[in-house]
Write a protein that binds this ligand. Structure first.
Ligand code: SF4
Length: 81
C-alpha cells in the first residue's frame, strides 16, 4: 500500500499505529479501531434449492493499516506491539 512513510532515522517513527491506542492486531494484520467497522456486502452463491441464485452476505471488518503510516488521528497509549 502506498502512502507517506516517515523514515525511522528521523526519530519521528514513534507516532505510528503500533504506538496508537486505537490500533488492534487481528491475525497477522494491524487494524485501526478508531472508527466503527466498515461493512462490505458480498453476493454469495446459494445451495439447493436456490442453486444459481446469489444472496447478500454482510461482513464487518476494521480496516487494515500499514503500521508505519502517518495518521492525523494518532492518539498515544498503544503498547507498541
Ligand atoms: S494512527 Fe491512525 S490509522 Fe493508526 S491506529 Fe491510530 S487512528 Fe488508526
Amino acid at each position: 500500500m502506498a502512502g507517506l512513510v516517515i523514515p525511522a532515522h528521523l526519530g519521528l517513527g514513534r507516532r505510528d499505529c503500533r504506538q496508537c491506542r486505537h490500533h488492534g492486531v487481528e491475525g497477522s494484520d494491524v487494524v485501526c479501531r478508531r472508527y466503527p467497522p466498515q461493512v462490505t456486502v458480498v453476493l454469495v452463491p446459494q445451495g439447493a434449492p436456490r442453486v444459481g441464485q446469489l444472496a447478500p452476505q454482510p461482513f464487518a471488518t476494521f480496516p487494515p493499516v500499514v503500521p508505519e503510516h502517518v495518521c492525523g488521528e494518532f492518539s498515544p497509549g498503544g503498547e507498541g506491539r
